[in-house]
Design a protein around this ligand. Structure first.
Ligand SMILES: C[S@@+](CC[C@H](N)C(=O)[O-])C[C@H]1O[C@@H](n2cnc3c(N)ncnc32)[C@H](O)[C@@H]1O
Length: 271
């Protein structure tokens, strides 16, 4: 079977599984052969090596295993982060949270930042790459912290981020200038897409309403007198979080994602 024939068969197999089966077939072929797209187009008539291994990858995707878990990488903020099952796959909208956090951090020198819910480490690592902040990143998921550390080593910032396995900032002592978080914020009863079902539940579901973890983060920030909070949130959580922020003494600005949905906020403790 040639590469061209394999791509056609794989594409046909994936019809109905995703929106762009031809693209997925090509990405998995590039991953299988460890080549780029130019190589694929120049070698379409070549015999495909280890054909059954390629079709194993196609079967994994057909069983709704996300592409990023199969290839082991995902793009975020122009960088390629290691990714694996058991840890949330980075989402493009979280790049906005990084930008909003950077806007706050540029006013500080050697700021102290705590990220709650580090996952694969994308937020803390981007902040460490762009600022001189001293960062503590927590997560309840040991697998996530291991991956986040691996990614921090990959980008040369492992000495700038302390990784702590705990809930919220329970085991983290000291004063902080900012909390940043993209916490789980989906309501427990929400029916997830079949691919998303393969991601860890504790990274997605925020409670019966969905905003419970976000509210706890605001209360922790208030208790610890942390001046800035930057968080991602669900599109329908602006009103309830606005109330909690107000009552806790924070002045908030909400932001939207590229689709125009409310997606997060930055808040400043009023004097
Ligand atoms: C939506 S994911 C975000 C991961 C990563 N920051 C990102 O933006 O891709 C939320 C993360 O919060 C972690 N988490 C859930 N509850 C937590 C808690 N109480 N304390 C700390 N981390 C928590 C999950 O394990 C998960 O890694």
């Amino acid at each position: 079977m040639t590469i061209d024939e394999a791509l056609q068969e794989a594409t046909f197999t994936l019809v109905g599984v995703c929106e762009n089966p031809a693209r997925v077939a090509k990405i998995l072929l590039m991953h299988h052969l460890n080549v780029n797209i130019e190589w694929v187009f120049l070698n379409l008539k070549k015999e495909l090596e280890k054909k059954s291994e390629y079709f194993d990858l196609i079967s994994r995707f057909k069983s709704y295993e996300p592409l990023e878990y199969i290839t082991g990488v995902s793009s975020f903020y122009g960088l390629e982060f290691n990714t694996r099952k058991g840890v949330l796959i980075p989402r493009p909208e979280t790049e906005i949270l990084v930008d909003k956090s950077l806007e706050i951090l540029k006013k500080f020198k050697k700021s102290k930042v705590c990220e709650i819910g580090a996952g694969s480490g994308i937020i803390s690592i981007c902040l460490a790459l762009k600022t001189d902040a001293i960062i503590t990143a927590t997560d309840i998921n040991e697998k996530a912290l291991q991956l986040a550390y691996e990614n921090a080593v990959k980008f040369g910032v492992a000495d700038r981020i302390e990784f702590v396995c705990c809930s919220y900032m329970d085991s983290v002592l000291g004063e902080f200038d900012m909390i940043v978080s993209n916490p789980p914020y989906i309501k427990n009863s929400y029916n997830l897409d079949k691919f998303v079902l393969n991601e860890p539940k504790e990274a997605l579901f925020g409670g019966d309403i969905g905003d419970e973890i976000l509210k706890n983060i605001i209360l922790i920030a208030k208790k610890r007198k942390i001046k800035f909070i930057a968080c991602e949130m669900g599109y329908d959580q602006k009103a309830s979080l606005s109330d909690t922020l107000n009552l806790s003494g924070y002045e908030a600005k909400f932001y939207q994602d590229l689709a125009g949905f409310d997606r997060g906020f930055v808040a400043r403790l009023k004097l």
